[in-house]
Design a protein around this ligand. Structure first.
Ligand SMILES: Cc1cc2nc3c(=O)[nH]c(=O)nc-3n(C[C@H](O)[C@H](O)[C@H](O)COP(=O)(O)OP(=O)(O)OC[C@H]3O[C@@H](n4cnc5c(N)ncnc54)[C@H](O)[C@@H]3O)c2cc1C
Length: 260
């Protein structure tokens, strides 16, 4: 099958910044090029390229296209308002302060970064009898966007782990989704609570689809559980490690490639 061409990179300019909760910042970006991005891309991932201090937008685009590779990170389109050319990305503000987290923490209107994407959305069709969603804070954007897109009569369970009670968000989930918020105050210590809750659940009969993402150690263990202990076909499972304790994104991505 022919590989889809990579979308052309563009510059996104910061239009607004909101603190959503103690550990999450929403940055509202704008760009004329958003006109060409597809409606309904909420939940799809994208690449952001962080400029260095002295760089102007033209230099950054030149560097994205022709190298050397700038600092690149993977994020999720949380909201897209094509009519007003606005795209929101929600950033976890984490204590280890990587370049992306720092960018968001200090962002102000007029700042810019490079953008490539969005990719395809993670779940294209919703046909399950029961949905299982799980996230840590880095995956709230994909799980929240998925919950908002689910058929309004969908049934299932969502387990979302946040660092404090004040990090709990309002999500427009279908009434039939049982929402569970867990508190895990130290993200640098691997959590066992989501897996324990998933294991304790007796899955109903019928088709199950999942949307699960978060810290790679947690995800690795859950992936093994689905493979060894459930009959859910691979095509119905979206599960992905979004970051890894102790590794910056480039190291984590390199490790994921080795494990494939
Ligand atoms: C498909 C995909 C979609 C993603 N979408 C989002 C999103 O919408 N919002 C979001 O916030 N993240 C998202 N992530 C995760 C994000 O890419 C990583 O958290 C990334 O490492 C952040 O970059 P950084 O520059 O802030 O930190 P890095 O320079 O990569 O890492 C610096 C240090 O911070 C630690 N660290 C990284 N992320 C976290 C974290 N979440 N909590 C605690 N410590 C951390 C690392 O282990 C490392 O020690 C997504 C990842 C993938 C693969």
């Amino acid at each position: 099958m022919l590989k889809k061409p990579k979308p052309v990179p563009c510059i996104l300019t910061v239009k607004d910044v909101f603190s959503l909760s103690p550990h999450m910042v929403r940055v509202v970006f704008t760009a004329p090029e958003l006109e060409s991005r597809p409606l309904g891309c909420e939940g799809a991932n994208c690449k952001i390229f962080i400029p260095n201090k002295k760089q102007n937008p033209e230099d950054l685009i030149e560097q994205i296209l022709n190298g050397p590779r700038p600092t690149v990170r993977t994020y999720t389109v949380r909201n897209f308002r094509k009519d007003v050319l606005e795209l929101d990305i929600d950033f976890v503000i984490h204590s280890n302060g990587g370049p992306a987290s720092n960018f968001a923490m200090n962002a102000k209107p007029g700042d810019f970064l490079g953008f490539r994407g969005p990719s395809d959305v993670k779940i294209k069709d919703y046909y399950a009898d029961w949905y299982l969603l799980a996230a840590d804070m880095s995956a709230i954007p994909v799980v929240a966007a998925t919950l908002e897109k689910l058929p309004r009569n969908a049934m299932g369970m969502a387990i979302i782990e946040v660092q404090s009670e004040d990090d709990i968000q309002n999500i427009d989930a279908p009434m039939g989704i049982n929402m569970n918020w867990l508190i895990h105050s130290n993200p640098h210590k691997q959590s066992r609570a989501q897996e324990a809750m998933i294991r304790a659940k007796k899955f109903p009969e019928g088709i199950i689809q999942t949307c699960i993402a978060g810290e790679s150690g947690v995800i690795k263990s859950l992936r093994k559980f689905f493979k060894d202990e459930t009959q859910i076909p691979n095509d119905d499972i979206y599960i992905s490690g979004y970051w890894k304790i102790g590794l910056i994104e480039d190291e984590h991505q390199a490790q994921k490639r080795l494990e494939k």
